[in-house]
Each structure stands twice: as structure tokens, then as C-alpha cells.
Design a protein around this ligand. Sequence first.
Ligand SMILES: Nc1ccn([C@@H]2O[C@H](COP(=O)(O)O)[C@@H](O)[C@H]2O)c(=O)n1
Ligand SMILES: [Zn+2]
Ligand SMILES: [Zn+2]
Length: 623
Amino acid sequence: MFGNSRSRPITILLALIVTVIATILLLRRSAYHREYAPSLRNLEWRDINFVHTTDTHGWYSGHLNQKQYQADWGDFISFTTHLREIAHAKGQDLLLVDSGDRHDGNGLSDATKPNGAKSLPIFIQQDYDILTIGNHELYEFENSKAEYDIVAKHYNTNYVCSNVEYEVSEGVFKPIGNKYKYFTTPMKGIRILALGFLFDFRRNNDHTRVKPISQVIEESWIGDLFSEFTPDKVDLIVINGHIPVSHDWEELQTLHTFIRKFYPDTKIQYFGGHSHIRDFAVYDNKSTGLQSGRFCETVGWLGINTNISQSSSNSAVSNIFTRSYIDFNLHSFMYHTGITSYEKFTTQKGQHVSQQIKKARNELGLETIVGHVNSNYYMDYVSITHPKSVFKLLSDKILPTLKPTNDFIELSSERIIIINTGSIRYDLYKGPFTLDTEYIVSPFRNNWVKLTVPKKYAVGVTNVLNSGGYILNKKVDNLHLLPPQQRSPRYITSKIPDGSRNPSQKVFQSSEFSYSINEDIVFESKQLTKGYVTHDDFGDDGDDTPHRAVVTHKVPNVIESTCLDQDSSDDTPTDLIFYDFIIPNIIWALHELGFEAEKSQVSFFSSDYLGKLLNEYARNDKF
Ligand SMILES: Nc1ccn([C@@H]2O[C@H](COP(=O)(O)O)[C@@H](O)[C@H]2O)c(=O)n1
Ligand SMILES: [Zn+2]
Ligand SMILES: [Zn+2]
């Protein structure tokens, strides 16, 4: 069985090495658990409980340099395995829901061609009961194909998507997954009708179709569906959307009004995503929406008492629904399962997935050090004029290194480079700059393009783009500019960067969106760590880990890096250089300024996307 006698010692040695490595890993995990131990708020368990993720964007390795988000996908699988067992032991149900956006944001998902080749097999190890699609599954055809062939196929009836179609053969479009799922839960026998929706996204590839909710509710199938599953056959409606749950995002409101016509008294639970915040909204006394952050920083928890009869008073809502935002780390995971030793906590499948992640990271060389970063650079912890702002770094240092791809590209003497801040996805941390860092900070492989216009128009574009709302992924005919608070923090308390306290800075109304700062994480249990402090429709006790809030600053839609001659005339031809992703927005802004341009006038400038520029900057030791 072990081969011949010569190879036996080698086999024994190998087995010994594997055992030693596995033991070291386990001990390191346990040590970490002892080190990071804030006191937590308990979860409330109800008749049916949901674990929710959204906008994971490939972060399945966990946040390697942020302790409070350091659990990996294997740990998450172990966690939910125990939660399901606990629920079933209590005679309650537990379901897992994901709301899409599984690409673009981490080397594990983006360093492969096609994107997701290694991360999707890891993601699908989690036993989701209901999941849907995000816009990041639809930018590139190859991602939609992977979604259809791998994810939707794997999850089969659990993949629920009511408004997105995929071209299965020329001109033939079919729903990705299923338009709905009707099922009965194993423990309480709760009858659930689930649907899934993507927001009105229009930058999808040509082999897919997205129908806005406003159109779907006019279609006969949905009315027929609701007429077939009459209220007496449905205990709970679940809507899983890649859509923000906030009250000012109209699409869920439109859907809710429509559903209530058929189900005036039925409990409805919405799950949302896309705007990357923790949020919880009460729509009426039988209906709420939960949104669980981004990037494997948050596991959302939602419980519903299905047997409580309806009441018109608003306070009754919390007797039916409960919500929590769990920090994505082992301490939280183990605490909520009541298991105190990591060896008991980690399941065989969880360990296998953790190994799979490590193997994939090694194969992709994600930890290969390219250079070193001398300081933290933040997205919104500091203002965009602060020396530690990643946007200041870009406009002062990185964007000026952008060169045209070849010598034949005609250049004007003056230029303005404009970049959409949405293409920056995360802070840049002090320390080694690895291949992973490149994808984490800016994963998109967009091309730079050029449009030459008189200087008087070129200088106004950034202002115009920043004076509207958040630039969403819309086609030119529907720019869909939203109020900026969709993307920015809506409630700010606590410490401001100079260390003084300013509790009066409550500037907006709902969830806070703040970063935990790597260098400021404190490992003493008595002191609160910096992190999310969420204020939602149920108050401010949702975060399982009480944090110290940090002040966050507003980020504009775009920033610019200029090379202009102060003395030249207003009509001097000026090169506007920007990502092809925002061509429609630039043309629209020029139109607003009184200059008409067409897409055909825009020419290719360079394929050196931002991640590549950052990588070269680090490689050349310039930080
Ligand atoms: N090629 C691309 C694609 C997307 N972006 C940016 O991502 C934003 C959408 O991300 P969500 O996770 O919020 O769905 C989009 O608005 C762009 O800012 C990009 O820069 N390039
Ligand atoms: Zn997202
Ligand atoms: Zn999204």
C-alpha cells in the first residue's frame, strides 16, 4: 500500500512534514483568536434565520493585513455549518443568501484569465440557498459565461434571478438561473416564494439582457406567478436584489408597492447590495431590507418570527425582525457558535477550502513582492487634498507617469487626465506592494482614451461631473446620476483625523460607511477598534462588534491630474485623457459645457491601466 521499502521513509517524512505544517497553521489560527478578542453583541435567533453576503468581489482569502476581517472563505463555511446545526437543534431554520458582485476587487478573482477561474470554484463551496447576480458578472462576456456555466449550473434551483437573461445561442436569450424559487423550509415548514433582481444596469455585454424592475412588473409572468402562489400558499416572500435597500433608491420601493397589491399582509424580506454599505431599512410593519456591506468584511444576520401576527404599530416590527452585522473574523465566528477552540470550530470542508485558497494564491503568485509602500494611503479617511489621500497620490504622482502606448499618437502640449474614483476600490497600505495589492486597489483593465478639445471646455469637465450625483454604470442615453449620499457616509460621529472629538458631525441620516485603519487596530480587548458604526432604521446596535467610528470624507466622482500652461489661450487644444469606461460621462459633461463631441472622435491612448501604473511605481521604488 505504501510502495516499496525504499520509498517508505520518504512517504513517512512527507506525512510528517504535512502534519507539522497543518499543526503550525492551526496553532497560528488559535493564537490569532486569543490575540483579537473584543466583546461582542449576541445574535438574536428567530423562527427563520438568514446569513447574508454581498459584494464579496473575490475577497475569499480574507483581509490579510486587517485583523478584524481576517477570516477566509473556509472559516466562513465552518461558521455557517455550525450555525445551521445550532438552528436545527433549536428547531429553527437557517438559510444562506448572496446578492452578487463576485469579481473585480482582489487578485484571487482577477489575476486569472478568464477572471474568476480560480475564485468561483472556491465561492461555490458555500451552500447558498438563494443567490443572484451582480453587475460585475455582466461587464465582460467571459464573466457572464462563467456565471451561467459554473455558478448558475452549480446552484441550480437556488440561483434566482428574475430580470437578467443570457444568450444561449445566437439570438436566443434565457434567464440566468430561475426566475423564482418556491420552497418549504426543513424545520418550521415555512413556505417561501423567492425572486431575485439586479438594479437597472445598462453597461452589460451584448450577450446578456437586463430588464428594469419597472418593466418586469408590467410583464404577464410575474402577475401570473403571484396569482398562482396566492397569499394562503406563501408565508414569506424573499427578494434578493443586487440593489441598495436604502429608502432613496426607488427600484425596491416600486417593487414593494407592486408586491403589496398581491400580498397585503405577507411578511417580505429584502436582501440588497451594490452600494457596499451596511444598512437595514424598514419598509412597513411586515417588511424590511438588509444589506451586508462588501469585500468579506461583513456577514449579515437576519431573523424573522413567522408566527407573530401583524400589528399596525411600528414598534412591533422589531418583534418580528432582527438584524446584525457580523465582522468577518474568527473571533466573531467562534463567539456566535459558542465554540471556544479553533480545532473544534474548523470543519473538514472549511479546512479544505482554506487550503484551496492558499494553493491558488501561491499558483497566482499573489504574495510576490513588487516593491514597498512607505505610508498608508486612504480613500476617504482623509480629505482628497491630504498627503495620505490615495487620490492625491494618484493626481500628483501616479497619473503623471501615464504615457501614450506608441509614438504615433498625436499629442497636444496641454493635457488633463481624469479618472473615475469608483475605479479605486480600496486603501493602499504601508508595507509590501504585492501583485494582490495591484488588484485590490484598482482591478479594472480599462483602456485610456483621448479627446482633444479647446482648453476652456477641458478645464470644466471635472467640475461638471462632480456637481451631479454618483456616476453609475449607465449607457449614454441614461446617465442616471444619483444623489452622492448613495455612495458616501451618511452619518458621521466620533473621532476626526486630528484626534479631537466632534460628535456634532452627524451630517447624514442612515448607515455609516467608514474604514478601519490598519495601523490603528488595537489588540487590547478593553479598547474599541476602529471600524463600522452603523446607524440604520433599527438604531445603532446592529454591529456585532462595537467599534470606534472614524470620520470619513466625501469622495468626488472623478479627480484630475493636469499639465496646463497658465498663460495659454482658452482655445488651446487640450488632450482630455480618461478611461474608456467613462466615455459617455465625458461626452455628456462636454455637452453640458456647450461643446458637442461624439464617441467616434475619441481615440485610443494607452492600455496601461491604473493597477499597472501603481505596480510600476512600486517596482521602481518610488513610494
Ligand atoms: N470596467 C470598470 C467597471 C466598473 N468600474 C467601477 O466600478 C463601479 C461599480 O462597482 P460596484 O461594485 O459598486 O458595482 C462603477 O461605477 C465604476 O466606478 C470601473 O471603473 N471600470
Ligand atoms: Zn459591488
Ligand atoms: Zn454592484
